[in-house]
Design a binder for this molecule. Structure first.
Ligand SMILES: Nc1ncnc2c1ncn2[C@@H]1O[C@H](COP(=O)(O)OP(=O)(O)O)[C@@H](O)[C@H]1O
Ligand SMILES: [Mg+2]
Length: 339
């Protein structure tokens, strides 16, 4: 019923993400031409033209200096935790979406259980419609890649773009997605953007073209990760993005037979010292939890699993993880609203 209604409203144009389209440097996603000005990366020294993302009130970037620290996992779980908030002033639940800007290593499709989904439909105006699972709309380069085989996830398909192509694809993902429910309706309160690791083109494109209302920086306790945290913070500051705080992930592990936290990757002291010296608050310290990883692989974000399901495997770690995530969502919402 819903599907029929949707297809009536939409013109399902073929957007074929083919080699030919990939060769179109100014339109890498092969979207139909749309009227209106195309945002431009400012020339060196030129004025910065930051624009809001259509139908999105607040933009939250989840970033890290280094890959593999749990950024995507946190972005998706934080998005669901934000969506579970019911702020008094709003009088309803927060409307949240996730945009995966990791062009070369999109993991949101897997984390959302959407790696085998069909290509997203387009609205009659030529905008891409997000793909929804567990009630949360998402967009990712992963949905736009050709399926590499009947069973292989499409993330296996390599994107071999550089420079300008990447910039253009990022611009299309930022400005050509219609975040309203089915291309109508009220849009999002918060768009959580899962950034690629590091401080490259994608980060600059986002920082220069979009009004980003806040960033959280994820790290693990190792020294190598900490060095990159400094770089990440300095980059966001350069493009005037307020840093809401840092998150220390995989900080400790509590085994099922004791209550002592084991700091497997080193003491969190160095992390706290770095955060303090940079004048950035620590939003939370998350433990290592087996279920977090299993949930990610199975496409069910950990904050959506019930405490009964978790209890067997994850003991106190699991409850701590969920509680800290929920608390952080409250802090992030307040920071975004207080802007
Ligand atoms: N707190 C945690 N406990 C257990 N596993 C975790 C935790 N955080 C991340 N992981 C796992 O670490 C791996 C890398 O996480 P991911 O979110 O893909 O990192 P990134 O986006 O920074 O590259 C994934 O397998 C994920 O499930
Ligand atoms: Mg990632």
């Amino acid at each position: 019923m819903l599907v029929t209604k949707l297809t009536q409203r939409l013109v399902l144009r073929s957007r074929a993400f083919s080699v030919i389209h990939a060769l179109q440097h100014d339109n890498p996603l092969g979207l139909p031409r749309r009227p209106g000005p195309v945002p431009q990366i400012p020339r060196r020294g030129g004025p910065i033209q930051k624009r809001p993302i259509p139908h999105v009130k607040k933009v939250l970037a989840v970033a890290s200096g280094k890959g593999g620290v749990g950024k995507s996992t946190i972005a998706v779980n934080l998005a669901f935790s934000l969506a579970m908030l019911k702020p008094q002033l709003l009088g309803r639940r927060v409307r949240v979406g996730v945009l995966d800007l990791d062009i070369f290593g999109p993991s949101v499709p897997t984390l959302m259980g959407l790696q085998h989904t069909d290509e997203p439909p387009l609205t009659s105006a030529g905008a891409i419609l997000p793909i929804i699972n567990h009630g949360l709309p998402t967009m990712s380069m992963g949905y736009l890649l050709p399926k590499s085989g009947p069973t292989a996830p499409r993330e296996d398909a390599a994107v071999v773009w550089r420079g300008l192509m990447v910039q253009k694809a990022v611009q299309q993902l930022l400005f050509d997605v219609d975040w309203r429910d089915g291309g109508e309706g009220p849009g999002l309160d918060v768009l959580v953007v899962d950034m690629p690791p590091g401080t490259g083109d994608v980060q600059l494109t986002l920082g220069q073209l979009v009004v980003v209302d806040g960033a959280v920086i994820v790290s693990t306790p190792q020294d190598v990760a900490l060095t990159d945290v400094r770089r990440g913070i300095s980059m966001f500051r350069k493009v005037s993005v307020p840093i809401i705080g840092t998150i220390l992930n995989q900080s400790y592990f509590v085994c099922s037979s004791c209550t002592t936290p084991h700091y497997l990757f080193g003491s969190p002291t160095a992390f706290h010292t770095v955060a303090k010296s940079l004048d950035v608050p620590v939003l939370g310290e998350l433990p290592l939890v087996k279920g977090v990883s299993v949930g990610g692989d199975n496409g069910v974000p950990y904050v959506l699993t019930s405490s009964k399901e978790q209890a067997e495997d994850d003991s106190a770690n699991g409850a701590a993880w969920r509680n800290i995530m929920q608390e952080m969502a409250g802090t992030v919402w307040q920071a975004l609203e207080g802007e």
